[in-house]
Design a protein around this ligand. Structure first.
Ligand SMILES: Cc1cc2nc3c(=O)[nH]c(=O)nc-3n(C[C@H](O)[C@H](O)[C@H](O)COP(=O)(O)OP(=O)(O)OC[C@H]3O[C@@H](n4cnc5c(N)ncnc54)[C@H](O)[C@@H]3O)c2cc1C
Length: 391
């Protein structure tokens, strides 16, 4: 039986790992294909209580993670597929047959494809873009950050010696993590920023993420994930004399973006309906992601959602038999999931769990995968902002 997994992020790696762990048959073949030359792995995994878990996250060469002889890694990009013939086509024009396919191609920041050629825009996604951030911040004085999630929040807190404008769609900052009534508490910390040290100075008690400066071909590398900013010394990057200032534009939406000549970004202030312009040196786009599903959507029998996610049920099965999807590229829609305490988020924790469910379903069947997982009952996520634990 030949199982092919596309994507070397945490979802694809967890899926491959689960298959190799569960299926002991010597004739099993697991092939992982990824545009990135390195893969994400989970190390030092341990259970905490009945449902909690702790683990470290790192990037590694595939041979370090999968010493199993039945595993093969191919560093290439899938450019087409034929679900009827059960084959995929690689950028090097080779075709590869599969018995079962797992799509774990992740997601990318919105507007990345449209604007990434312009060096005044930065889309934080993988280690390469984190390297670019260090480089581009060195010369920027006037920085616009778009987005109201964890990436934007961490950056606002960490950035030094720049004039920051933070544009958020919601009427209060950090809306995806905090209710409106704690906004003042959060705002005070963000306006002041970090005064000394860096994230996780001293003993690191939980997730660790290690960066590498490997450059790679293809769409993008695996997503950075938790603790990405603890590896960057923001104090050292920005040695300029600019005073740090933070201006917050709440309840605003980006309009027309003029990139020929001077950068001119229109935005609508929905509080009063007025349109204004911003002229930053650098725009850091942290305004959500879109699934990398274009290749797969060429087959119209594959059901997708309005946002481009591949529809899956709670065993990661898609609308095409023997084709599964997990992680950021998938959207759980076809299921009987009744819990209102679980909702899907594009997060590490969920991508890893979905990868495991997917691997189990592929080798042991959907019912087995369902019987063993508790994942769709309740979702909780713990993280830290400004040294404070948030869950
Ligand atoms: C800056 C940043 C900070 C984050 N912080 C957190 C956090 O604090 N906590 C948290 O829980 N989550 C965080 N996340 C989100 C988390 O990292 C993602 O949800 C998770 O990594 C998704 O994993 P994935 O395996 O689905 O996709 P990805 O990690 O995106 O992996 C997709 C893989 O598919 C490959 N690929 C894509 N297209 C093709 C193709 N056509 N052919 C071959 N290979 C292909 C890519 O090269 C990549 O290896 C963060 C994300 C970012 C970008």
């Amino acid at each position: 039986m030949k199982y092919v997994v596309i994507g070397g992020g945490i979802a694809g790696v967890s899926c491959a790992n689960e298959m190799l762990k569960l299926e002991r048959a010597p004739e099993l073949e697991v092939v992982l294909i990824s545009s990135s030359s390195f893969v994400k792995s989970v190390e030092n995994y341990r259970k905490v209580g009945q449902y909690g878990e702790k683990f470290d996250v790192s990037e590694a060469d595939s041979s370090e993670i999968f010493p199993d002889q039945r595993f093969k890694f191919i560093n290439d990009t899938v450019i087409n597929w034929d679900a009827q013939k059960k084959d995929i086509q690689l950028q090097n024009h080779e075709k590869l047959k599969y018995d079962k396919l797992c799509i774990a191609t992740g997601s990318r920041p919105k507007l990345q494809n449209e604007l990434r050629a312009d060096p005044r825009f930065l889309f934080l996604r993988d280690t390469q873009s984190a390297e670019q951030l260090k480089h581009q911040l060195g010369s920027a004085r006037n920085v616009l950050i778009v987005g109201n999630g964890g990436i934007a929040t961490e950056l606002i807190y960490e950035l030094k010696n720049v004039e920051l404008t933070w544009l958020v769609r919601d009427s209060w900052i950090c809306a995806s993590f905090f209710p409106e009534d704690v906004e003042k508490f959060i705002e005070k910390r963000l306006l002041n920023g970090r005064s000394d040290g860096k994230k996780h100075d001293g003993v690191q008690k939980h997730l660790r993420y290690s960066t590498s400066s490997v450059s790679h071909p293809g769409p993008s590398g695996p997503a950075l994930g938790p603790d990405w900013c603890s590896t960057i010394d923001f104090g050292q990057i920005s040695q300029k004399s600019t005073n740090r200032t933070v201006k917050i534009l709440r309840n605003c939406a980006i309009g027309n973006i003029e990139t020929s000549g001077e950068l001119n970004i229109e935005y609508l202030d929905r509080n009063n309906g007025t349109k204004s312009f911003l002229k930053p040196d650098l725009v850091i786009w942290a305004g959500g992601v879109t699934p990398n599903s274009e290749v797969w959507r060429k087959d119209e029998s594959l059901k997708t959602t309005a946002n481009g996610g591949i529809s899956v049920n709670d065993a990661c099965e898609t609308s095409i038999s023997d084709v599964y999807a997990c992680g950021d590229v998938s959207t759980l829609t076809l299921s009987e999931v009744s819990s209102t305490l679980w909702n899907q988020r594009q997060l590490w924790t969920q991508a890893r769990q979905l990868g495991e469910v997917c691997g189990r379903a592929m080798v042991a069947g959907a019912e087995e995968a369902r019987m063993q997982n508790m994942y769709f009952e309740l979702f909780s996520h713990c993280t830290t902002f400004f040294g404070l634990k948030v869950s």
